[in-house]
Design a binder for this molecule. Structure first.
Ligand code: SAM
Length: 285
């Protein structure tokens, strides 16, 4: 038995669950799951399975389904349990709750009502990707999932061009090829890493520039769960005058669009910004 029964004071306890390998759960998380008065989960089936794997009996308890759109009703029910002095554990389907997962509304409601809120931390795909992706971790920006529609996705990427840190995206295998193509288009040819199936049997980390990843994924799709890391813009070292000179040179033999693409590739700068500049230079003749 890996867990022990502990006496818990009233409060909301967020618990991180594995992102693949079932044994990636902390002993404290198991203690909390074994001892809490109430267990709530985003996915009741995977919670039951997790309890079963680790030999934790549910006893008289049921697993309450909760996500942030469950609405007032379920949240009120959990808050009522807290008001009765009960300990409530909440876990999302995988990884850390609230990280591209439910729990935010519940956390705010419990804290606003004056209850203790704490967390038994554990794995999160974003942090594991940062550990393995080979990009700087001194500063990073968690961008979560990009929008589905291309226009909205490119607009969001535009907003992220100047972030002075590694960008972290969650992505689905269905959209990964389109997203990588848009990242390349908007962010330029930055260093990147595609981190897949972390902690699982087919774990894979591909470190390559965006152009290469986009090409690979356009040729052959991938399965599984994915995190994409993208390096911050490295254009600071190129002066505006150099960029303009390169654009002028490229415009001699190329269209505005192609000239912007060529200079974007060579300096790792956002293509759209260069397109505007190239257009202006071309107009001026
Ligand atoms: N709360 C989770 C966390 O802390 O990482 C994230 C939940 S979010 C709904 C699910 C997304 O996280 C997946 O689509 C994928 O982008 C990423 N993800 C989760 N598990 C992963 C894994 N084992 N390997 C790679 N990415 C993963």
């Amino acid at each position: 038995m890996n867990h022990k029964l502990i006496s818990l004071k009233a409060g909301l306890y967020f618990v991180a669950t594995p992102i693949g390998t079932a044994r990636d759960i902390t002993l404290r998380a198991l203690d909390l799951l074994a001892s809490a008065d109430v267990i709530a989960a985003e996915d009741t089936r995977s919670m039951r399975k997790l309890l079963e794997i680790h030999g934790i009996p549910l006893g008289e308890r049921s697993v309450i389904a909760y996500h942030d759109h469950s609405g007032q009703g379920t949240r009120e029910r959990l808050l009522a349990a807290l008001s009765e002095g009960k300990s409530v554990v909440y876990a999302s389907e995988a990884g850390m709750p609230l990280i591209a997962d439910p729990g935010y509304e519940l956390s705010c409601a419990a804290a606003d009502a004056g209850y203790d809120v704490t967390c038994a931390p554990g794995p999160s795909a974003a942090l594991m990707a940062l550990t393995l992706g080979g990009l700087p971790t001194d500063a990073f920006f968690f961008a979560g999932f990009l929008p589905n529609a291309q226009g909205a996705r490119r607009k969001r990427l535009e907003e992220l061009t100047g972030i002075p840190g590694t960008l972290v995206f969650y992505e689905s295998p269905k959209r990964i090829a389109a997203s990588l193509a848009d990242m390349h288009h908007v962010l330029g040819d930055r260093k990147a890493a595609l981190c897949r199936e972390l902690t699982k049997k087919f774990e894979e980390v591909r470190r390559a520039p965006l152009s290469e990843l986009a090409l690979q994924l356009s040729e052959a799709g991938v399965k599984g769960e994915i995190v994409v890391l993208v390096d911050r813009a490295r254009g600071e070292t190129v002066s505006e005058a150099d960029v303009e000179a390169d654009l002028r040179a490229a415009l001699v033999d190329n269209s505005v669009k192609d000239a912007a693409a060529i200079v974007s590739e060579s300096h790792g700068l956002a293509r759209r910004k260069l397109y505007q500049l190239a257009l202006q230079i071309a107009k001026e003749g």
